[in-house]
Ligand binder design. Sequence first.
Ligand SMILES: Cc1cc2nc3c(=O)[nH]c(=O)nc-3n(C[C@H](O)[C@H](O)[C@H](O)COP(=O)(O)O)c2cc1C
Length: 186
Amino acid sequence: MNIIDTIHQRYSAGKMKPEPVSRELIEKLLDAAVQAPNHYKVRPWRFVVLTGNGLNQLGDVMAESLRARFPDLKAEALNKERAKPLRAPLIIAVGVDKPTESKVLEIENICAAAAACQNILLAAHSLGLGAHWRTGDAARDVRVKKFLSFAEDQHLIAFLYIGYPEVMPEPQDRVGFEDRTVWMEK
Ligand SMILES: Cc1cc2nc3c(=O)[nH]c(=O)nc-3n(C[C@H](O)[C@H](O)[C@H](O)COP(=O)(O)O)c2cc1C
């Protein structure tokens, strides 16, 4: 599959089968991630690979964080939150390093890490896997960041849910570039 086809044919996948993703494939995804462009070669991406009990632990932390934000929530809502990471056998959480030099801009580090995320999504598709980039309030919660060993002020930009989709995602119409593009000619 060429890269243009891969880009066009990638869609977010819903629920994944429980079948695990092999270590070899996970490493291929991470290897694709780190091919992304990054200014000053700071490699600002940080990956936390969650499988097995790691997913249960993330669910526990997400439920606890939700309860801390909304103390009156019923057990049903907390259980729903706890089960969210179990929608895929693999989650790659992606964090962004804060700049340590004045010439390095945080926005550029975020852009580079986002490019790494897209590389993972495209690599997953080309390897026959489904993937879904998710964030939500949990991605901004300090307890969740702490569990993943990120600092409070570090951005956690993605939970990439990855696996073999139960149902292959249906192609959706995407709006073209025309209304978002200005052609400047001199
Ligand atoms: C930064 C970012 C955050 C996202 N967060 C969520 C999310 O929390 N929940 C969700 O269902 N999808 C999330 N998505 C996925 C988008 O909703 C999805 O890419 C969009 O609907 C387009 O669908 P496609 O990926 O199939 O083209 C996120 C995507 C990005 C880039």
